[in-house]
Design a protein around this ligand. Structure first.
Ligand code: NAD
Length: 363
């Protein structure tokens, strides 16, 4: 199959959907890979590396779309790209259609077969192409929280791990899923005293078995959170109720319980945020203060570390891309239930129930 690797054109997006190592694998299976000029530069891969791996460098996205049977991206296609896609062509990327009517219409009009990373789902309900970005965001949450605690950034001036003879910081992580576990692991590794909270008792039992000794697991409840807030230096919000707006686990009033200069990192901001005072920020201007508490609420945390995020994402996407290229979308989706759930648009029709529901269309 001829596979096109488009350069990301969304603002501040530096990831790329296939690495040179991915090209080597695809070429070994007999596929032809077209890479848009300088597509990998933001993630540290030169055009020369792609050529050495067996790809052909192409100057424009239009030329790639004209030739490729499958087109790949990281972020959703932008309006200038909708018209470049066509019937009979596969588009494989993040789409997030339910919140984006213009894109949904654009992709329906293109006639292309569009498979979304974010709805590929395994039988155990896990989302294999979303998980890697949660892993990155969870680890980054502690890195950013540590910075927010520095006095030069408005924080209370405390080092997460302390030093010999000085006690470490106390870190509360609310939500013990993918983000929460990675955040708690990072904070534990730095030597902080960590409290990891969830509402799922089975999950807490598992976490209690696998987490290090400086991590205490706790059942999450409003009362427990309020009783602990006066002691906490850093709080990470990592809750998710699939498909719903994030619940508010810390209110504006609760902030008065906290120390001046303590920090909140709301990773759940992409689902509306789990602190009442959260509002989305950017990497350029990531923090603000409410009631003396520093808030970090960046909605695309992995974007700050494209070299790592690209590797994490493509480790997960490559096997699915290879399956689509080897078998074609129809056979691949027939034989792989997880991939089948990724199908969102086909020849002008919406094929994913939640997206139909979002636009009041019949499934
Ligand atoms: P997940 O499903 O793996 O984990 C969520 C956990 O929250 C579950 O264990 C659930 O039991 C728990 N939970 C639900 N309600 C709770 C409550 N009231 N109190 C305590 N725990 C509660 O989800 P995840 O992959 O860890 O993602 C967490 C959030 O991070 C999501 O909103 C996701 O979209 C977001 N995220 C943001 C970024 C970013 O850049 N900002 C990147 C990746 C993921």
């Amino acid at each position: 199959m001829i596979v096109g690797v488009l350069k990301e054109i969304k603002v501040k997006e530096n990831r790329v959907c296939m690495t040179p190592a991915g090209v080597t694998t695809m070429v070994a299976h007999g596929h032809e890979i077209l890479v848009e000029k300088s597509a990998g530069v933001g993630s540290g891969f030169s055009d020369e590396e792609y050529v050495a791996a067996g790809a052909t460098i192409i100057d424009t996205p239009q030329e790639i779309c004209d030739k490729a049977e499958m087109v790949m991206h990281v972020k959703e296609p932008q309006p200038s790209e909708y018209g470049m896609l066509r019937k009979g062509q596969i588009l494989f990327t993040y789409l997030h259609l339910a919140a984006d009517e213009p894109q949904t219409k654009g992709l329906m009009e293109s006639g292309a077969t569009c498979i979304a990373y974010e709805t590929v789902q395994k039988a155990d309900r896990s989302l294999p192409l979303l998980t890697p970005m949660s892993e990155v965001a969870g680890r980054m949450a502690i890195q950013q929280g540590a910075k927010a605690l520095e006095s030069t950034n408005g924080g209370l001036g405390k080092l997460l791990g302390g030093v010999p003879g000085v006690e470490p910081a106390k870190v509360m992580v609310i939500g013990g899923g993918v983000v929460g576990v990675q955040a708690a692991k990072m904070a534990c590794g730095l030597g902080a005293q960590v409290y990891l909270m969830d509402i799922n008792l089975d999950r807490l039992r598992y976490l209690d078995d696998v987490m290090p000794a400086n991590c205490t697991t706790l059942m999450s409840s409003k009362g427990t959170i309020q009783s602990m807030l006066p002691e906490m230096d850093l709080v990470v919000g990592a809750v998710l109720i699939p498909g719903a707006k994030a619940p508010s686990v810390i209110t504006r009033e609760d902030l008065k319980l906290m120390k001046k200069g303590a920090a909140l990192v709301d990773v759940a901001i992409d689902q509306g945020g789990c602190f009442e005072t959260s509002k989305a920020t950017t990497h350029e201007n990531p923090t603000y203060e409410v009631e003396g508490v520093v808030h970090y609420c960046v909605a695309n945390i992995p974007g700050a570390v494209p070299a790592t995020s690209t590797m994490a994402l493509t480790n997960a996407t490559l096997p699915y891309a290879l399956e689509l290229a080897n078998k074609g979308w129809k056979k691949a989706c027939q034989e792989n239930e997880a991939l089948k759930l990724g199908l969102n648009v086909h020849e002008g029709k919406l094929t994913f129930k939640a997206v139909c529901d979002a636009f009041g269309l019949e499934y």
